[in-house]
Design a protein around this ligand. Structure first.
Ligand code: ATP
Length: 543
């Protein structure tokens, strides 16, 4: 349909420049004939094959008032034109990304997109609506002063997943159905297996979109453009279906693979834990020392801090990769029952281990910093002559995970003191003061080793939902909460030297973990370091 056929005026609006055209209509900048208010007007001929304006109109009222949801100012049918008048918004993420000369988006921006888009879906889903067409072109930034907010647009494929008649979730079905969504980011379940879309699929699309932004050249099945034949579409479907999360996310912070796997494990009618994933991505941002908020700032401020991942498909494994994989496998191999530290008091400690344990093998340093699986952080500090020692330039998570794995083999207090000392030294040289989940895993392992290695212990780090409640409570008395944390850490630091046995130390480690877990930002303060230093010293003294 030629642009020349569009009317000059629709409803109370004069049409201006065309902002974009989709499958069944066009969007114009428009202004109100009386008030001059500038808006976006989505125009569709009433006879189009796919009358999405008609559907969209039905969803807007339920979405009004939500952050990042465009306001619907007017809608109707005039003559042969169906129109929606909504807020004029800014550029789509797709255009922003394409206009940029870089092949990947910076991690900070991607983490902001993750948090904001998950929030938008949480809002939509809470209103009983699925988006069903999550893609970069349907996420747009606001105009000043809302340029840091990402808006969701295009509800033409949306659907209510709560049946208004029964108030129940729509049923799953195995019946053959037409595909609704987009080629790039629609979930494997919906796109490749013909499943009925539900909340989990909106979220999986977000996961794929985030991974796409961080992958040079994008997800492999997006590289040949829109498939033009059935055969090309079938090939795309096969490629998407067969792509394993670990391959798609190789070299990315583990949160992205975890998120994709989480979405794929959700049951059809299950409510996703939006808060958990917003927290995961926020905490990753804090760990990377980005600002602790989700404001989308474009272009990214300098110096831009990026993670670069290896483009897929991965190159053939080199000899050193092979060796590294083998060694890594050996670290995880449990060939004998490991001796345990057990519950002991001062008089009992120091006995030699009853049985030789598998000696932990240090993961060899990567030969090249940009070797597969290693994140290279390019920032101002990259060429800094005061670089951290090479061992600390392993991804933080990997290093801490290795430490946690070594704890069960520390079968006497001297060995345990050595691991704790290494833990403290590592945390001290790390740029971030946040205790990550891998850091908590080290604490868990130390606690277990001190208390009773033979029983399962509840992880010290609680689920994010509890934590969110906690911070809400703390929001009423943030000063008190901070003071309580400082007092507790101060007391632990002071008392660790007086502990009489390993059980007491175990209790102190548990208290320590709980205080850090419940604090805002899970920061390791000076007293926290003091406690860990004291713990290492005490263990050595008790050997
Ligand atoms: N409110 C808005 N303000 C500014 N630009 C907009 C607005 N809504 C949409 N656009 C622009 O128009 C493009 C198409 O919009 P939209 O996706 O809503 O239309 P559509 O006809 O459903 O498109 P498609 O068929 O591609 O899904 C968007 O990618 C965006 O660039």
């Amino acid at each position: 349909m030629s642009e020349n056929h569009f009317p000059q005026r629709v409803g109370n609006y004069w049409l201006g420049e065309c902002l974009g055209s989709g499958y069944s209509g066009s969007i114009f900048k428009a202004h109100h004939v009386h008030s001059g208010q500038i808006v976006a007007l989505k125009l569709q001929h009433v006879d189009v094959e796919c009358p999405t304006n008609r559907y969209e109109r039905g969803f807007y009222p339920s979405l009004q008032g939500g952050v990042g949801m465009p306001t619907l100012w007017q809608s109707g049918v005039e003559g042969e034109w169906d129109y929606l008048v909504i807020d004029l918004l800014g550029t789509s993420l797709d255009s922003l990304f394409r206009k940029r000369a870089k092949d990947v988006m910076d991690l900070r921006s991607v983490l902001c997109i993750a948090q904001q888009v998950i929030s938008r879906l949480e809002f939509m889903h809470n209103r009983g609506i699925l988006h069903r067409d999550i893609q970069l072109g349907n996420c747009v930034i606001g105009l000043r002063p809302f340029q840091h907010i990402i808006y969701m647009i295009d509800f033409g494929f949306s659907k209510r997943y709560i049946d208004p008649a029964t108030n129940r979730h729509i049923p799953d079905s195995k019946a053959k159905r037409d595909f609704i969504g987009n080629y790039w980011f629609s979930s494997v379940g919906v796109h490749c297996r013909g499943r009925v879309p539900s909340r989990r699929d909106d979220l999986e699309a977000v996961a794929l979109m985030l991974i796409h932004l961080l992958t040079p050249g994008g997800l492999s099945w997006t590289r040949n453009g829109v498939p033009k034949t059935d055969a090309a579409h079938d090939r795309l479907i096969r490629e998407k279906r067969d792509a394993r999360p670990e391959d798609l996310c190789r070299g990315l912070p583990p949160e992205f693979e975890d998120f994709l796997r989480y979405c794929r494990r959700l049951k059809f009618a299950e409510r996703p834990d939006y808060q958990r994933w917003k927290n995961e991505f926020r905490e990753l941002a804090v760990e990377k020392e980005y600002p602790d908020n989700d404001a989308f700032i474009w272009p990214p401020p300098n110096p831009e801090t990026t993670v670069r991942v290896q483009a897929h498909p991965k190159p053939p494994a080199t000899k050193s990769d092979e060796i590294e994989r083998l060694l890594h496998g050996l670290v995880n191999l449990h060939v004998a029952d490991r001796p345990v530290l057990g519950t002991r008091n001062i008089n009992e400690v120091g006995a030699p281990p009853v049985q030789a344990a598998v000696k932990p093998i240090e993961k060899p340093k990567p030969l090249h910093e940009d070797t597969e699986g290693v994140i290279v952080i390019s920032s101002d500090g990259e060429n800094d002559s005061q670089k951290a020692p090479a061992a600390h330039r392993l991804p933080k998570a990997t290093h801490l995970t290795q430490l946690a794995r070594r704890v069960p083999d520390a079968t006497d207090n001297v060995a345990l003191a050595k691991v704790v000392r290494e833990f403290v030294e590592f945390l001290k040289t790390s740029r971030s003061r946040t205790l990550t989940k891998e850091g908590f895993a080290v604490l868990d392992a130390v606690y277990k080793q001190l208390a009773d290695p033979s029983v399962y212990v509840v992880p010290l780090r609680t689920s994010r939902r509890n934590n969110a409640n906690e911070s809400r409570e703390n929001a009423n008395a943030p000063l008190d909460a901070r003071r309580a944390k400082m007092n507790k850490l101060f007391a632990l630091r002071r008392e660790v030297g007086q502990a009489k046995d390993n059980k007491t130390l175990a209790r102190m480690v548990a208290d320590f973990g709980t205080v850090i877990d419940q604090s805002n930002g899970r920061t390791i303060t000076k007293d926290a370091f003091g406690f860990l230093d004291g713990l290492a010293a005490k263990l050595r003294a008790m050997s």
